[in-house]
Design a binder for this molecule. Structure first.
Ligand code: MTE
Ligand code: MO
Length: 315
């Protein structure tokens, strides 16, 4: 079948928002399958697309009004070390990730431990589209229209006990499936963690999609975390277990290199990093760097959680 674009508009002239709106219009007109195979397929390049539309989505007042990064960049410039250390590796190799069936165990210091099937998770709370900045410690950033709902909605279901103070996130790991090349720096499974108040903060998103569809594998299908005021490494992908615990967990990056990666990982331009300048960032798709904002621009909402803490030490 020969498939044409709607008009001969050079791709360089199309803003991500226009592409997004046009894809949505396609989906609404009931040719979702076709749209996914054409626009999605073209944008994803070598990635085997098998996402599906998510609806209905409420727009979130917590969204930034900045323009989202183009979908093809979000799909092809990734950190997902289980599938390689190069930015292009996840889009090439993450197709091996088996995303169905999938379930997430939520246990530890909770009154009602439970295993959630991915379909339960998709139906647990109203899905919102939230356009958030993602700032990587490597000094690049993106703006992504995520789809999800507050992690708090999930945690409420299991009733955290009074003794629970931290939340641990464990990513999928099967040595037979992940990472076709040797990468000896991180130990797997990838482990992340938040303080319970951070995990319950309304900005902390249990994320099931982006750009109006279920998550592509390279972005952490079928369910990941997004914590927009922290460096990207806090946003664990392809989560299989969420555990509530009493002690601050030893997470993957500080375990590998505690001088360069802290537990808190709050975006902080005043912090000196030995490898990357945290004062500025390059928005993917832009040429000039821009100043990095404290807490990635979310200071009004989150700074109070850290009052009285020395953010140079608790970094
Ligand atoms: N399981 C797992 N989750 C992960 C990572 C990883 O290597 N493995 N990389 C993190 C880092 S460093 C970043 S910047 C973001 C990147 O998310 P994106 O590829 O969807 O932009 O995912 C985070 N989550
Ligand atoms: Mo990152």
């Amino acid at each position: 079948m020969l498939i044409r674009r709607p008009a001969d508009i050079p791709a360089s002239r199309i803003t991500p928002r226009e592409v997004f709106e046009r894809r949505r219009a396609f989906l609404r007109r009931g040719v979702g399958m076709l749209a996914a195979a054409t626009w999605g397929g073209a944008a994803r390049g070598r990635h085997a697309a098998d996402t599906r539309p998510l609806a209905p989505l409420a727009a979130s007042p917590l969204s930034t009004d900045e323009a989202p990064t183009a979908l093809d960049r979000i799909l092809s410039y990734n950190n997902f070390y289980e599938f390689g250390a190069g930015k292009g590796d996840p889009s090439l190799y993450a197709h091996a990730l088996p995303i169905r069936p999938w379930s997430v165990v939520v246990d530890g210091l909770v009154a009602r431990p439970r295993r959630f099937d991915i379909d339960d998770l998709l139906a647990l709370a109203p899905l919102e589209e939230r356009i958030y900045r993602l700032r990587c410690v490597e000094a690049w950033s993106m703006v992504v229209p995520w789809v999800g709902y507050p992690l708090a909605a999930l945690l409420r279901q299991v009733e955290p006990l009074g003794s629970a103070r931290y939340v641990v996130f464990e990513s999928y790991y099967d040595p037979a499936v992940v990472h076709p090349h040797f990468f000896g720096f991180l130990e797997f499974p990838y482990i992340e963690g938040l303080r319970l108040d951070e995990a319950l903060h309304p900005l902390t998103l249990l994320t099931l999609g982006l750009y109006g569809e279920t998550l592509p594998r390279q972005n952490g299908a079928p369910v990941r975390l997004v914590v927009p005021w922290k460096y990207g490494y806090k946003s664990a992908k392809s989560v299989v277990r969420i555990r509530l615990v009493e002690e601050q967990p030893l997470t993957s990056w500080p375990r590998a290199d505690h001088r360069n990666y802290g537990f808190y990982a709050n975006v902080n331009p005043a912090l000196e990093h030995p490898h990357w300048d945290q004062r500025r960032e390059r928005r993917i798709g832009e040429f000039l760097k821009r100043p990095t904002q404290m807490f990635n621009g979310y200071a009004d909402q989150v700074a109070a959680m850290y009052s009285g803490m020395d953010l140079q030490r608790a970094f």
